[in-house]
Ligand binder design. Structure first.
Ligand code: SF4
Length: 255
């Protein structure tokens, strides 16, 4: 049986890989990771550390584009509901690898969904997306209690340090996930404000990319929306920055 970990470079898939290693060993394990060309540099340090710990090389797949290029090509800006970046940069390359290397009857896909209320709600859709392969969620065992997101993250960070691996730096900066360097199009206002505070240069980059797509499409598209007095409008990152800076003052590190 082939045990294929969908390894995102985050703590959840790290925890899943450890559980699979405990149960099945690592001789038939694959750490399959999609390079979105937009990851935080420290993700690759963490991924290499995990690979060394388990003695399993990373199996990297890549479309070759980054999310912004996908949005330009698709003439569509991703948002919290529709993410062509995931489809093109993660799902398609990973499924192509699976088709070639992981026979359906002899392979199990493992996903690092944590046992939190919000994450568990995603399980049916994820399992559907991976059909016809069998999918398991090693961190969602029946006999374990459901945790808050904070408690789950703290537990996985402790586990990582216990194995001598420093967790990816984005968690210490306050992010819930280690994906696309904190610039995920699915993130809400809270995370984008965090990015403005702790990674202002990356926020400025995303703001510029979003504006370039608005110019390309000739439409006021945006990743975020804002509802005021019952009316929902697009909220471009430039406007979010103005609102946040008006509320808190300019970020000192941006000065
Ligand atoms: S992490 Fe976010 S931005 Fe990156 S590919 Fe997935 S949905 Fe797109």
């Amino acid at each position: 049986m082939k045990h294929v970990i969908q390894f995102s470079g985050g703590l959840g898939s790290f925890g899943a890989a450890l559980r699979v290693a405990e149960k099945h060993g690592t001789s038939s394990m694959t750490l399959l990771i999609a390079d979105t060309k937009a990851e935080d540099e420290d993700l690759w340090r963490f991924a290499d550390d995990v690979s060394r710990l388990l003695g399993v090389p990373l199996t990297k797949v890549a479309d070759g584009r980054d999310p912004w290029q996908v949005f330009r090509d698709q003439r569509f800006l991703g948002n919290d509901r529709i993410t062509p970046c995931t489809t093109w940069l993660k799902q398609k390359p990973c499924r192509a690898w699976m088709k070639e290397h992981a026979p359906i009857g002899d392979s199990i896909v493992y996903i690092g969904i944590e046992k939190t209320k919000r994450d568990r709600a995603r399980i049916p859709a994820i399992a559907r997306n991976w059909r016809p392969w069998r999918v398991q969620f090693p961190l969602c065992n029946r006999w374990e209690p459901e945790l808050s997101k904070e408690a789950s993250k703290a537990r996985l960070m402790d586990l990582s340090r216990w194995y001598g691996i420093e967790p990816p730096r984005l968690y210490a900066l306050g992010y819930e996930h280690n994906n696309c360097a904190g610039l995920c199009v699915r993130a809400g206002q809270k995370q984008w404000k965090l990015t403005l505070d702790v990674q202002p240069e990356k926020f400025a980059y995303a703001e510029g990319q979003e504006q370039a797509i608005r110019d390309l499409l000739g439409k006021p598209v945006s990743m975020l929306r804002q509802t005021r007095q019952g009316i929902t409008r697009p909220l471009p990152l430039s406007e979010l920055r103005r609102q946040h800076q008006a509320a808190t003052g300019p970020c000192p590190s941006a000065a």
